[in-house]
Design a protein around this ligand. Structure first.
Ligand code: GDP
Ligand code: MG
Length: 672
């Protein structure tokens, strides 16, 4: 890397190499950050030692090397670039331009015959990269083809056309006539030069891409300025320089920097462009300028995107690193997303906004996409966390039985609230970019998860309701049936069955609607409500069955029989306890009483209606037990034959005890 000073930088060195690093370093050092497109590039062209550098330094306050009179020392060959700290002018109030000035140092090729190549390339380079080319000539050379460098200019124009002919913007050729004495008016000199230029332009071989009648004015504007002799009229020279400087000052009526001269790159893009131009000149590759501009734009926009993404990553980490997503509100997540996106895009825009519009726009889209995809990953995690917390809130209010609300009301409200707040949390982020930050699938998933939970809870509610109704049935049933069981008769089971059915109907009547269907306020369909009716019926029958089989278990039946026996044996038909007179009386009463009691045994052993049919449950209440055990008469068959025998035996045993007690009471009466 060649040396970088604040004064100037070597753009092309003696070895004809473009000094990328030095140029980059120099530009970032001297150019203001906010410069954007607000800068100009001026170059100079002309023979050796015609005071070019002297002029540039006087006009732009640059510090290019000037031939030292005393030593006549050759300065370092190459192309130099300097940033003008100030343009010399009369003005103190007008604006100020950012001007980059390029100076060419070289041997005089035509005299030495050795380096026409460099001279031509340098001129071509100046032509391709500048807005204004100062053509520096002595007054006395005007009209002399060789002396005014017209030959070189012709070559340069030709190559320029073939290399950059598609260029659709102009530049200014500013002829500065040195040592202008004033005897020949400037107008005459400029007419001569204009004629020469047009003649030269017509002679130029145009490439096929350029129409042969294309006028010079398509590519170049022409301006002419005369400068006094620097040594002989030093004061006037500086006065002329100031007048020229006025024309580089914004607001001047003869302002020279026209807008369409600009290459339309920010300065860092200009350096990439300049390097490409140099490479193209060096290798003489036939590339057109629009392609160049696009290549440069792509290259720089990619670089800027890389930097922007690095910035984004670190800001992203700064904002979300270690942040718990479940404590975050959707609106603040959206705010942070928006900030990050805006920061990134404005960073990109600031630097890339001046490049080729199409490239800038499409790269901006790509940048937005890759930022959005990173944000999207976080958004999806956020949705997951939100689903979890919203679901547990939902479950809580679903199970909250502190209010009077029915299950249907509770579940409907809880679901509506959960879905609304779920969407509300996500909507602000979605609004940032509705196509990217979607949550429709997650919302549907969440909704069906809620629905499943409602379904599970509803099943529980149904089970609770069913077993509550079935269990409540037994005490009432017991109240209404124990009297019948105490004194069995042929219509006993009709009454028991009627009672049961009445009680069941009564429990269900609470849920009956006006059109005599059922609604249990659980948010069920008519079919589901029917299913619940069936379930309650079945469950109730099971309770009924349990009650019957529990109440009429063998030992209890023995007790019932014994009580029936006692009623006849212990009391006479007026209800007064008997006093036994003799053994015959006892045995006759015993016979009567035991026959009376044993008549009840078949009535209590099998649940048969007065029409002689066994009671068969309305539902298949045993279906969940082992196949082999299933027996349609299980309900009605209360005591089996062996059980009945056993009951009979136990009963008789107890009856005999009463009999013997009665016998003993006679003996004791007699013995008294
Ligand atoms: P360049 O590098 O070829 O552009 O020329 P320099 O700026 O290095 O100057 C070359 C010589 O010309 C120096 O000795 C200057 O003093 C001298 N010089 C500079 N300006 C003028 C001028 O306006 N008129 C004349 N006659 N000589 C000048
Ligand atoms: Mg010089």
């Amino acid at each position: 890397m060649s040396e970088v000073s604040n004064d100037s930088v070597q753009v092309i060195d003696e070895a004809k190499e473009f000094q990328r690093d030095s140029v980059k370093a120099y530009l970032s050092k001297v150019s203001p950050n906010d410069m954007g497109l607000d800068y100009h590039v001026i170059s100079v062209f002309g023979s050796q030692s015609t005071g070019k550098s002297t002029l540039l330094n006087a006009l732009f306050h640059t510090k290019f090397d000037v031939m030292n009179e005393a030593q006549r020392q050759q300065t370092t060959k190459g192309i130099w670039l300097g940033f003008s700290p100030k343009v010399e002018s009369h003005s103190t109030s007008l604006g100020k331009e950012h001007v980059f000035v390029m100076d060419v140092e070289g041997s005089d090729g035509r005299e030495r015959g050795e380096d026409q190549d460099f001279e031509r390339k340098a001129a071509l380079f100046a032509l391709a990269t500048s807005e204004v080319l100062i053509v520096n000539i002595w007054e006395h050379q005007v009209g002399l083809y060789q002396g005014a460098n017209m030959g070189l200019l012709k070559t340069v124009f030709e190559v320029n056309l073939s290399l950059f002919g598609d260029k659709d913007h102009k530049m200014l050729l500013l002829f500065v006539i040195r040592d202008h004495v004033g005897s020949t008016p400037l107008e005459n000199l400029s007419n001569t030069l204009t004629q020469d230029l047009h003649k030269m332009w017509n002679d130029i071989a145009k490439p096929s891409t350029v129409a042969s009648d294309t006028p010079l004015s398509k590519y170049f504007d022409l301006e002419f300025v005369g400068l006094s002799h620097k040594v002989l009229q030093e004061h006037q020279f500086h006065e002329d320089v100031r007048s020229l400087g006025d024309r580089f000052t914004p607001g001047d009526e003869n302002y020279l920097f026209k807008k369409d001269y600009h290459q339309a790159f920010p300065i860092d893009g200009w350096s990439v462009y300049a390097e490409n131009c140099w490479n193209q000149i060096q290798s003489n590759k036939d590339l057109d300028l629009p392609t160049q501009q696009i290549l440069v734009a792509r290259f720089r926009c990619d670089e800027i995107i890389k930097e922007t993404l690095e910035l984004f990553d670190s800001e992203f980490e700064h904002t979300f690193g270690g942040v718990k997503l479940d404590g975050l509100k959707g609106a603040s997540l959206a705010d942070e997303f928006k900030k990050l996106l805006q920061l990134s895009l404005s960073t990109y825009d600031l630097q890339a906004g001046h490049y080729n519009k199409e490239v800038y726009t499409s790269k901006r889209d790509a940048l937005t996409k890759s930022i959005n995809s990173k944000l999207l990953t976080l958004f999806k995690e956020f949705i997951k966390e939100l689903s979890k917390s919203a679901f547990s809130e939902f479950t809580q209010s679903l199970n909250d039985k502190s209010t009077k609300a029915t299950f249907l009301e509770r579940s409907t409200d809880a679901k509506t609230i959960a879905l609304t707040s779920f969407s509300q949390e996500l909507e602000p982020v979605n609004e940032l970019d509705p196509e990217t930050f979607t949550y429709q699938n997650e919302l549907e998933e969440f909704s069906s998860k809620l629905q499943e939970q409602i379904q599970r809870s509803r099943e529980q509610e149904i089970n609770t309701l069913t077993s509550r109704i079935a269990k409540k049935l037994v005490p009432s049933l017991k109240n209404e049936t124990v009297d019948s069981f105490a004194a069995p008769d042929i219509e006993m089971w009709d009454r028991v069955l009627d009672s049961f059915r009445e009680l069941l109907k009564l429990s269900l009547s609470k849920y009956q609607t006006s059109d005599s269907t059922y609604d249990f306020k659980l948010g069920c369909s008519p079919e589901e409500n029917d299913r619940i009716v069936q379930k309650i019926g079945k469950e109730s029958w099971l309770s009924f069955d349990n009650f019957i089989h529990d109440y009429l278990r063998p030992d209890n039946v023995v007790n019932i029989l014994k009580r029936q026996f006692d009623e006849v044996f212990t009391y006479d038909n007026t209800g007064i306890p008997r006093v036994w007179k003799n053994e015959t009386e006892i045995s006759s009463a015993y016979r009567e009483a035991s026959q009376h009691a044993l008549k009840s045994l078949p009535l209590l052993s099998i649940a048969k209606l007065s029409n002689d049919s066994e009671i068969i449950p309305d539902y298949d209440i045993y279906d969940d037990e082992d196949e082999e055990d299933v027996h349609p008469h299980r309900f009605s068959h209360i005591l089996s034959a062996p059980e009945q025998l056993r009951v009979k035996k136990d009963f008789l045993k107890q009856a005999e005890v009463s009999y013997r007690d009665a016998s003993r009471s006679i003996i004791s009466n007699i013995s008294k």
